[in-house]
Design a protein around this ligand. Structure first.
Ligand SMILES: NC(=O)c1ccc[n+]([C@@H]2O[C@H](COP(=O)([O-])OP(=O)(O)OC[C@H]3O[C@@H](n4cnc5c(N)ncnc54)[C@H](O)[C@@H]3O)[C@@H](O)[C@H]2O)c1
Length: 265
């Protein structure tokens, strides 16, 4: 898996899965635009990459703003001359005020939480695809990888907007894949299970972590690098016949029926 001469852009690359993808892409020879709403974190990742001899630029951008999406693509192509790989990955829980709750049953979810989760979780992915397709098309092809989730395949309790956004990402991926296959743009998504990142850590108590470990046949959370490896495979020429896929990497969590074991203890 080498990316020599290739250019990539990862959103939400200041932390977690996006950071691991950006570092992995650069370590394999590619030039990378590290995009995050937190410009300081993006710069830290760039410093890390350049210290290791890689090529990277930091871009502070909010993916819920179409003008920022435009800016991040323009800056990347201006700096590196092309764009071969886009990882639409950024996600952040919206800040909530007063009595608004992030975790609630469907009928109790505020319109504000619903709209903001859909903006960052789904619409931003649409905007990213929309903006890079013309660039990739003009240069003869490219690869887009979107970060969905196993939460886009099955139901959780209490985070309906997240489940709906991630399900949307999966089918948006398929539509873009079939539409742009003839022009050599592959579009895939990853469906991570529980990955040990700041996003998950912020929403889990120790008890919650234990319950996750019990729900995962491998008995542990995933590491960001383990997701990055899947993203990089999908971005690479090794995946040349893969498009429209929703690649699950969850330690076996969704392979289970949820029925109790038939085995004696
Ligand atoms: N960690 C998990 O268990 C898990 C599981 C399934 C899917 N995912 C998905 O993986 C992706 C990455 O999550 P992570 O766990 O690495 O989280 P993370 O919090 O470590 O990283 C997310 C990054 O996105 C950035 N970001 C947030 N809002 C942004 C915006 N509007 N514009 C630009 N950047 C923004 C944050 O600053 C942060 O650096 C997300 O799409 C998330 O939904 C995570």
């Amino acid at each position: 898996m080498r990316f020599d001469g290739k250019v990539g852009l990862v959103t939400g690359a200041g932390s977690g899965i996006g950071r691991a993808t950006a570092c992995g892409f650069a370590a394999r020879g590619g030039a990378i635009a590290v995009v995050d709403i937190n410009g300081d974190n993006a710069q830290k990742v760039v410093d890390e990459i350049t210290a290791a001899g890689g090529k990277a630029i930091a871009i502070a951008a909010d993916v819920t703003r179409p003008a920022d999406i435009d800016m991040m693509v323009t800056r990347t192509t201006r700096e590196f001359g092309r764009l071969d790989f886009l990882h639409n990955n950024a996600f952040g829980m919206p800040p909530v005020q007063g009595t608004t709750r992030l975790v609630a049953r469907t009928a109790e979810v505020s319109d504000e939480v619903w709209n903001r989760m859909l903006d960052v979780g789904l619409t931003a992915v649409f905007q990213g695809i929309k903006r890079v397709v013309p660039v990739m098309r003009a240069q003869g092809g490219g690869a887009i990888v979107n970060t969905a989730s196993i939460s886009g395949l099955r139901a959780d309790y209490g985070i309906v907007a997240y489940n709906a956004a991630k399900a949307g990402v999966i089918n948006l991926t398929r539509v873009a894949a079939v539409e742009y296959a003839p022009v050599n743009i592959r579009v895939n998504c990853i469906c991570p299970g529980a990955i040990d990142t700041p996003l998950l850590a912020a929403s889990l108590t120790e008890e919650g972590r234990l319950r996750f470990r019990q729900a995962i046949p491998m008995g542990r959370l995933g590491r960001p690098e383990e997701m990055a490896n899947v993203v990089l495979f999908l971005a690479s020429d090794l995946a040349s016949f893969v498009t429209g896929a929703a690649f699950v990497a969850d330690g076996g969590q969704t392979a289970k029926t949820g029925s109790p074991s038939f085995l004696p203890d």
